[in-house]
Design a protein around this ligand. Sequence first.
Ligand SMILES: Nc1ncnc2c1ncn2[C@@H]1O[C@H](COP(=O)(O)OP(=O)(O)O)[C@@H](O)[C@H]1O
Ligand SMILES: Cc1ncc(COP(=O)(O)OP(=O)(O)O)c(N)n1
Length: 270
Amino acid sequence: MKRSTVLTIAGSDPSGGAGIQADLKTMTAFGCYGMSAITAITVQNTTGVTRVETLDPGLVSAQLDAVFTDIRPDAVKIGMVSCKETIRVIAEKLTEYHAQNIVMDPVMVSTSGHRLMEPDAMDTLIRVLLPLADLSTPNLPEGEALSGLTIASGTDMPCAARKIYDATGHPVLLKGGHLDGCADDLLWNGREEIWLRGRQIKTKNSHGTGCTLSSAIASGLALGLSLESAVREAKTYLSGALAAGLELGNGRGPVDHCFRIEWGPRHDTE
Ligand SMILES: Nc1ncnc2c1ncn2[C@@H]1O[C@H](COP(=O)(O)OP(=O)(O)O)[C@@H](O)[C@H]1O
Ligand SMILES: Cc1ncc(COP(=O)(O)OP(=O)(O)O)c(N)n1
């Protein structure tokens, strides 16, 4: 028997809501075999990030060798990459192994306000790693940083998405989750604007939404979906995981990756 395989290259969140842990849960929910190369250890939970330790770039390189020389990923998701040396190593390895279906979530700052990428790494990210991706998924602050434009409303999104496309040469999914009152994302593929309209779900528990969305897209691509279908399936999955109403932790809790699982013990009754 075969399974579609997906690799996440990202940071660890010990509380399981974002980063590697959210990515692997998402891949499993899509029926894919998830693998990971860890770039950084964060200390965080639902109340915020308190520490970030970047791993030695050589260790990241060795993890990528271990995966690619043994189990070839059908798709790769890249999340938190904190320093430029690690960015270069990842770009080298993805090129060496001819990695395919690369989805890049250009994580810069956590929603709680902690910097997850060093400021001097941005230029290397744009020049060296982003051009290798098949899709990037910036949120609005990341979209502003990449395009140099202010994105104050949905009407500013097409212009910013086009600018990022022109700079990177690949499709862009500009996520509108930080807008008031809606959760509309824009996919610009160089030919057409595809709006993915989303109802904004009223919840404080949205920790890890960006990680979940990009891993879900990578999983869809690994399963053979077109880019547009993979993005649509990912958005549907995320809406379900947000709407499930999981309550964990004292702060911005995680989304629920078990919402499609109908068997097993019930936890909401005695
Ligand atoms: N409250 C919400 N209800 C529905 N969808 C949401 C909500 N918050 C975020 N999303 C969706 O989650 C995804 C990630 O959103 P966003 O918050 O913009 O990114 P990030 O997590 O990277 O900051 C997008 O598809 C966005 O539309
Ligand atoms: C280890 C790690 N990677 C990424 C993030 C950011 O997660 P994201 O899903 O973009 O959004 P927030 O949870 O920050 O809203 C993270 N926190 N940790």
